[in-house]
Design a protein around this ligand. Structure first.
Ligand code: FES
Length: 81
């Protein structure tokens, strides 16, 4: 086992998986996406237009009448990509 402290990975309910960066994410097709941010939000909902990085699309919900609704104040807003 490494002498390094374990890397923090935090699952946000209904949102992304937060991983301490920098990271290199490998997709099923073998392509990779890199981010050198301190904290990287990995999309777990598959709605992100910048998948595999979270673009906060998980916050938008469809109302019964149609229009989109946004949730505010999530902790991960400054840690995209
Ligand atoms: S978790 Fe998918 S867009 Fe944020």
């Amino acid at each position: 086992m490494s002498d390094l402290p374990p890397r923090l990975v935090r699952v946000v309910p209904g949102g992304p998986v937060m991983v301490e960066g920098p990271v290199c994410v490998e997709l099923p097709d073998g392509s990779t996406v890199e981010s050198d941010r301190f904290m990287v939000a990995i999309c777990a909902c598959r709605r992100s237009k910048t998948y595999p990085l979270c673009d906060t699309s998980h916050r938008r919900r469809q109302r019964a009448g149609g229009g989109a609704q946004s949730e505010q104040g999530s902790v991960e807003s400054s840690a995209q990509g």
